[in-house]
Design a protein around this ligand. Structure first.
Ligand code: KG4
Ligand code: ZN
Length: 356
């Protein structure tokens, strides 16, 4: 037998993903069914509805990934599946399917933490030794942590209220950007990034996020509600009706995006200072990995690159298709655990999911 192969299954939010990776980090099979367009239309992820769509697609998505990899379930070395955190009705679909596969094949199961999988995906494509700093920015989460080992993370900060992805989505929705032809098929964040390219980042300045909070925790609710208010005021001023978009939407997007960047950059700066003080990162070989759906944003990446340059850290961002939710990151996390020989579910058929 040559290389080990692990199947990964992801259903924690609104993407049904399955992939097979080998021990060298090659993606040998990958399938994804995304509900993004449904979520954009509905204005968010509705758990019961998302569950029904996962149920419709899980079987074929897994079958596709296995077919591409040209492997049968019984020949896999492990089945990795997201069991936390996420939406309970959605996690349940993936876990139930994984149990079924395990039951018929006796292949070991490896339960996966969705955020840890996001954090370690970059190791599949780059040489990154532990410890390194991770910033995850997505629709569900925002956190900064030091990855010390495959199963050892020191959490430096999380979001106290809205996630950055939610802020992007709400602002895009309030601006009615999905009515613009160029925004067709994009997520809320993608729409804002696109419009922001033609906007002035200082046109509509944001309030300062209070900095009397703990070290590296994040708060996006203030920025979000401020821009929602600005948009409402503009609509009244411009006499906007129905589905029309305000004339200065680009400036609104650029300024909002800049406000998000400033907040992320400040918290990242604190994290670097903290890590330097307590010597948590190797002095001459610091790495920051950013991932999660919001990390697809090129403007944010470029801004955070400047912070990294200042603190002598390299910045690694996986390509966009590895930043958003997918089966690959779950399969890879399973592979890392398989290689380390730990993290197997002792009694897979009674394994449970944990939403938080
Ligand atoms: O990681 P992800 O696919 O799902 C979660 O686990 O949450 O992230 C989805 C989020 C959405 O809120 C979406 O609007 C945001 O990522 N997003 C972006 C961009 N592309 C996706 N936010 C900002 N800029 C982008 N280019
Ligand atoms: Zn995610």
């Amino acid at each position: 037998k040559t290389r080990a192969r692990v199947l990964g299954i992801e259903t924690s939010c609104d993407d049904t993903g399955a992939a097979v990776v080998d021990s060298d980090g090659n993606i040998v099979g990958n399938a994804l069914h995304s509900q993004t367009s449904v979520s954009v239309a509905l204005g968010g992820v509705l758990p019961r509805y998302a569950r029904a769509i996962h149920q419709q697609h899980i079987k074929n998505v897994v079958k596709d990934a296995l077919c591409q990899a040209n492997i049968q379930v019984k020949d896999l070395d492990a089945i990795a599946v997201t069991v936390k955190p996420g939406l309970a009705p959605c996690l349940e679909v993936g876990l139930t399917h994984a149990k079924r596969l395990v039951e018929e094949s006796r292949v070991p199961m490896i339960p996966i933490h969705h955020m840890e999988a996001h954090a370690l995906t970059a190791r599949m494509i780059e040489q990154i030794a532990f410890p390194f700093l991770v910033l995850l920015v997505s629709g569900g989460h925002c956190l900064l942590s030091v990855a010390k080992d495959i199963d050892d993370f020191l959490l430096l900060g999380t979001c106290l209220d809205s996630s950055p992805g939610e802020a992007f989505d709400k602002v895009a929705r309030r601006l009615k950007l999905k009515n613009l032809p160029q925004c067709n098929g994009l997520s809320g964040g993608g729409m804002i990034e696109l419009l922001a390219r033609d906007g002035d980042i200082e046109a509509i300045p944001a309030p300062n996020v209070h900095s009397d909070q703990n070290a590296s925790s994040f708060s996006f609710a203030g920025i979000k509600s401020q821009y929602l208010r600005y948009i409402e005021e503009e609509e009244i001023k411009q006499g906007i009706v129905a589905s029309h978009v305000i004339s200065n939407a680009s400036d609104m997007c650029a300024s909002f995006q800049y406000a998000v960047l400033k907040h992320l950059a400040k918290r990242l700066q604190r994290a670097f200072i903290y890590c330097d003080t307590f010597e948590l990162l190797p002095e001459h070989n610091k790495t920051l990995v950013i991932s999660g759906g919001v990390a697809c944003n090129q403007f944010l990446r470029q801004g955070l690159q400047k912070v990294c340059d200042h603190y002598n850290s390299r910045l690694i961002c996986p390509p966009p298709h590895l930043c958003t939710d997918n089966g690959i990151m779950i399969a890879w996390n399973g592979m890392e655990k398989l290689k380390a020989g730990r993290g197997f579910a002792e009694d897979p058929l009674t394994m449970r999911y944990t939403p938080k």
